[in-house]
Design a protein around this ligand. Structure first.
Ligand code: UDX
Ligand code: ADP
Length: 480
């Protein structure tokens, strides 16, 4: 029986291994983590991450060929194939600070593999790491090998949160990169055989190591670039009276461009886009490619601009100050159908409003109060460390009130802003909300999910991203 071990029971490792266990009953899968709390949760009825469809998959296989454990060394030493899916934060100090990936967790996992292994292993890089990391890991393993042979593969993950199970069941492609040696090709074949249980052969792409690593960064950079492109257009639409939804629709009808990923928003978030682009930028700079680095940097700058623009719209509409005013924030996760808040635009928007001394009533159906308070008190690059190493919230979040209902959030508020496109926010009784708010009552829709016309009829002043502006907003001071 093939044994697989995955180091890191997070958003990538957990769902991916659960699906491998489901689709390959003949393979034994162990998911290990240093976090006792996380493993306990994976073994309980309340999984540590919210992902539609995940519960059923885990329930079907847990205890049969899917195991969650903190006994990292035992499972690593027994495995034939080891996936490494640990945190890869952005470095906060030293060489490459603010851009390069901090490989502390990866390196410690690699050293542990070298320490405990007694048989040959295939080590699969699953976390996003900069191009040529596999080479560094290979060096650690081979220099500590004690005669054991290691083959390093890069098998980047393309699942998107909120649709992870669907994406894993039916991937557009599976990418496996490996050495071009006979042993390297054998290792690729072994991993390919796992995916071949359910993925059609023509969707499994085999490349060299560096192409696989770079493809992951490139795919995420291209996706993020589409959002920054449409968000840049949204600012121009507001200035000219065009409607960004109409522009996106028209642009997306060109089959060469396609309709997906063209929704203007308050900005993209998530654990991958910004981090991957920063890595790409760093790699370009290290290779002396300043122009290329600057080109990709701009995607992040436009994203920051979009978040700032949103905050500025709120402040300028409300007579240029939100000091002491209560603002309801609907949604904190970086997108709907996940409880993940990593790099969520909600953090920058909330911090922007708190900077102007607003009081916030925050509601998200899946994010806990503890997480929200940690996020609002965390330094920019601290978010991708294991949860138990993240700072506890200090007192700076006194102005923040986390509530468990959208109506509760809106009560007595001067303004309401929508940051995450949760379906339930489309179906709220906005008349009831209007009646409970201070007047004039504002709605700032960062996801373009409400019917602005209907809300205007109720009496709201409405701002939608990239849409023709209310006369009220037009008359307010220009935003940067
Ligand atoms: C992304 C990639 O899609 C996935 O392939 C990769 O493996 C990991 O990174 P994820 O970050 O989970 O996945 O979510 P994604 O759906 O890509 O959304 C990223 C951000 O872009 C979210 O904040 C989302 O709200 C935003 N977005 C997406 C937009 O603002 N507009 C869009 O049209 C699409
Ligand atoms: P991703 O989104 O890439 O899955 P997460 O942060 O959700 O990232 O998960 C990474 C997991 O890796 C965390 O649960 C963390 O505790 C775990 N981890 C980090 N370093 C190690 C290590 N050396 N051994 C085992 N688990 C680790």
């Amino acid at each position: 029986m093939v044994k697989i071990c995955c180091i890191g029971a997070g958003y990538v490792g957990g769902p991916t291994m659960a699906v491998i266990a489901l689709k390959c009953p003949s393979v034994e899968v162990a998911v290990v983590d240093i976090s006792v709390a996380r493993i306990t949760a994976w073994n309980s009825d309340v999984l540590p991450i919210y992902e539609p469809g995940l519960d059923e998959v885990v329930k079907q296989r847990r205890g049969k060929n899917l195991f969650f454990s903190t006994d990292v060394e035992k499972h690593v030493s027994e495995a034939d194939i080891i996936f490494v899916s640990v945190n890869t934060p952005t470095k906060t100090r030293g060489l490459g600070a603010g851009k390069a990936a901090d490989l502390t967790y990866w390196e410690s996992a690699a050293r542990m593999i070298a320490d405990v292994s007694k048989s040959d292993k295939i080590v699969v890089e699953k976390s996003t790491v900069p191009v040529k990391t596999a080479e560094a890991i290979e060096r650690i393993l081979t220099h500590n090998s004690k005669g054991i042979k290691y083959q390093i593969l890069s098998n980047p993950e393309f699942l998107a949160e909120g649709t992870a199970i669907e994406d894993l069941f039916n991937p557009d492609r599976v990418l496996i990169g490996g050495r071009e040696t006979t042993e390297g090709q054998e290792a690729i074949k072994a991993l390919k055989a796992v995916y071949a249980h359910w993925v059609p052969e023509e969707r499994i792409i085999c490349t060299n190591l560096w192409s696989a690593e770079l493809s992951k960064l490139a795919a995420n950079a291209f996706l993020a670039q589409r959002i920054s492109s449409v968000n840049a257009m949204s600012a121009l639409c507001e200035a000219t009276g065009a409607d960004v939804s109409q522009v996106s629709h028209a642009v997306g009808k060109d089959t060469r461009i396609g309709p997906k990923f063209l929704n203007a928003s308050v900005g993209f978030g998530g654990s991958c886009f910004q981090k991957d682009i920063l890595n790409l930028v760093y790699i370009c700079e290290c290779n002396g490619l300043t122009e290329v680095a600057n080109y990709w940097k701009q995607v992040i700058k436009v994203n920051d601009y979009q978040k700032n623009r949103f905050v500025n719209r709120i402040v300028s509409s409300m007579f240029n100050t939100v000091s002491g005013k209560k603002i309801a924030v609907l949604g904190f996760a970086f997108k709907k159908d996940t409880g993940d808040t990593r790099e969520t635009p909600a953090i920058d928007v909330c911090n922007g409003l708190l900077g102007d001394n607003a009081r916030l009533n925050i509601y998200d159906p899946e994010v806990t109060e503890d997480q929200i308070k940690r996020d609002l008190s965390m330094k920019k690059f601290d978010w991708d460390h294991p949860f138990h190493l993240q700072p506890m919230s200090p007192t700076s979040t006194k102005q923040v009130n986390v509530v468990w209902d959208a109506y509760e959030a809106a009560k007595d508020a001067h303004g309401l802003c929508i940051i995450t496109e949760w379906d339930e926010f489309k179906k709220l009784d906005y008349k009831k909300i209007f009646d409970s708010m201070q007047k004039p009552a504002f709605v700032f829709d960062g996801r373009n999910i409400v019917n602005a016309e209907k809300l205007r009829e109720i009496g709201f002043i409405v701002y939608s991203i990239g849409k023709p502006l209310d006369p009220w907003l037009k008359d307010m001071p220009a935003v940067a």
